[in-house]
Design a protein around this ligand. Structure first.
Ligand code: SAM
Length: 288
């Protein structure tokens, strides 16, 4: 079984990028009245403790969300992200960190009948996720599936409301995950060409990781779809032997038209606040 536990990484720089983009994307999609279906292919536990054993051991949140929390003048999308995390905490100290299922659910609308389907394979995280989601008392709005997310999404596309956001956030513990992401996005685009697809990926010295955004770009371009790619580097990958991910990216197909503009002031601020050495940098590209 996999050894990856997101609890060690909750609130790190990769979560800051991923969840900031996720919130901005959802806020845009939720401006329309028609129901939205959100598919979260790799859910994790849903809610994490920043003062618990896992997070304290890794210390990753200290170099992520906790750095942001000390800044008073944040770009609007970062403000929205920090406000989201604060909404799961009482007082000023951040002890709880919402994972993607909790972030998404908190934004969904009951009246419009928005739906969330989350997939998790690991038995421990699945147990935690089921318990955490039950506390939300969200009823039929949220379905938790103990299934392979790469395969499981197929049955939900196209969604009845013809509006969907798919977040794909694997741990990439298995080399085969890279190819599975590409196959899943290609298949999903065939099933539902107008959905918004958001893929998180690590930027590490590994050919499959390097190729992933390039291949997604080719796929989007060939399908005549717009795309956006945001990458955040916090340190040199040469120093990563000391541990910790140096960089990551979010690739979106059919992104909100205003997402790039919204990320423009936020990306340099992420570099400034989360950068760990002189290699800290960002890229923000779009096309289609
Ligand atoms: N999306 C979460 C968030 O932003 O809070 C974090 C997800 S974590 C990076 C990846 C999760 O995927 C892990 O909890 C892992 O157990 C789970 N996982 C791994 N392979 C899976 C698969 N094929 N289908 C569903 N879940 C899987």
């Amino acid at each position: 079984m996999f050894s990856y536990r997101h609890a060690f990484h909750a609130g790190n720089h990769a979560d800051v990028l991923k969840h900031t983009v996720l919130i901005a994307t959802l806020q845009y999609l939720l401006q329309k009245e028609a129901a939205l279906t959100v598919l979260d292919t790799h859910a994790g536990a849903g809610l994490y403790r920043l003062d618990g054993d896992y997070a304290s051991k890794s210390g990753e949140a200290a170099d992520g969300i906790l750095r942001l929390a000390q800044e008073s003048e944040l770009a609007p999308v970062l403000q929205a992200y920090l406000a989201m995390v604060r909404s799961f905490n009482q007082g000023t100290q951040l002890r709880n960190y919402p994972g993607s299922p909790f972030i998404i659910q908190s934004l969904l609308r009951v009246q419009e009948r928005d739906k969330l389907k989350v997939f998790e394979l690991h038995p421990t995280d699945m147990r935690a996720l089921t318990g955490n989601i039950a506390q939300l008392q969200a009823g039929r709005q949220v379905a938790v599936l103990h299934e392979d997310g790469f395969e499981g999404v197929k049955k939900f596309l196209p969604p009845p409301s013809r509006r969907a956001l798919l977040l794909c956030d694997p741990s990439y513990e298995l080399k085969s995950d890279y190819a599975k992401v590409l196959d899943m996005v290609a298949d999903s685009l065939k099933r539902f060409a107008t959905g918004t697809y958001a893929v998180w990926y690590p930027i590490i010295p590994r050919p499959e990781a390097h190729d992933l955004p390039r291949r997604l770009k080719t796929m989007a371009t060939k399908a005549g779809k717009s795309w956006l790619n945001a990458e955040l580097t916090v340190k040199s990958n040469k120093t990563s032997e000391r541990g910790g991910l140096p960089a990551s990216g979010m690739f979106l197909i059919n992104p909100p038209y205003n997402l790039k503009e919204q990320l423009k002031p936020a990306m340099p601020q992420m570099v400034q606040l989360l950068g760990q050495d002189e290699n800290a940098a960002f890229t923000l590209e779009s096309g289609g």
